[in-house]
Design a protein around this ligand. Structure first.
Ligand SMILES: CSCCC(=O)C(=O)COP(=O)(O)O
Ligand SMILES: [Mg+2]
Length: 230
């Protein structure tokens, strides 16, 4: 079996609890969204997102559409882009701080120190990913990661997205270990030739997916894949 050279990490349900996203991040962005759309109407990111919302649902009320997508946790680019903008002020002012699972930062530091390459692949926008790891309860961890991939690369349940990440990283798919809580994402990554492990976090009540390795935390990931431990 090939050596793992790069570890690709999902966020929600993998490095931080789903409850932090649902109970802290989503209510925060929902609350500040009306003001954001007014104050940043000239921001090109806002203009593109509003055009995408109109294209997805012509004639809709953008705020109502964004709220509906949030309630249903839809992983759609205009919502993810605007949420990233909304959370920026929250993280920068200290109103928000990412609550990582306690096993995450020690493992990331040990893996990075040993020369393993680390990258993020999340539905959250790349700028939101940087905020989250920049303002975490374990400090600023952004320098541990070489890349932050989001939905711009393609959907997380599509094998081609993982082929593209492998190609951009210049690593053979079989040398990448993808960690996620979602079975369909792990299946797509495996189809592209990546090695995979499902994080089955008790706090998140993750349902174990058939035919894939499972770990309750990053220490277990290290043991199963013979990676350095913290
Ligand atoms: C910076 S990610 C914040 C959480 C989020 O919005 C999200 O959609 C997470 O999705 P993931 O692909 O990491 O499960
Ligand atoms: Mg996830």
């Amino acid at each position: 079996m090939s050596t793992v050279r790069l570890i690709l990490l999902d966020i929600e349900g993998t490095t931080l609890p789903i409850s932090f996203v649902k109970d802290v991040l989503f209510p925060y962005s929902d609350k500040v969204m009306p003001e954001l759309l007014l104050e940043q109407a000239d921001n090109p990111l806002v203009k593109v997102a509003l055009a995408d919302i109109e294209a997805a649902n012509p004639g809709c009320d953008p705020l109502a559409q964004l709220h509906d997508w949030t309630v249903h946790d839809e992983k759609v680019a205009p919502l993810k882009s605007l949420q990233g903008l909304a959370w920026k002020t929250g993280f920068e002012t200290g109103a928000l701080k990412a609550r990582l699972y306690p096993d995450v930062a020690p493992a990331l530091e040990a893996w990075h120190k040993s020369g393993l390459r680390l990258a993020v692949y999340s539905s959250g926008s790349a700028s939101a990913q940087r905020l989250l790891y920049g303002y975490s309860d374990a400090g600023d961890l952004t320098s541990l990661f070489e890349a932050f991939y989001d939905l711009d690369i393609g959907g997380k349940k599509i094998a081609e997205s993982y082929r593209e990440i492998a190609s951009r990283a210049g690593v053979a798919p079989g040398e990448i270990l993808f960690l996620s809580d979602i079975g369909a994402e792990l299946d797509a990554a495996a189809e592209a030739g990546l090695r995979t492990c499902q994080l089955v976090r008790p706090e998140d009540g993750t349902v174990a997916h058939q035919g894939v390795r499972q770990a309750a935390d990053f220490q277990s990931v290290s043991q199963q894949f013979e990676l350095p431990v913290s």
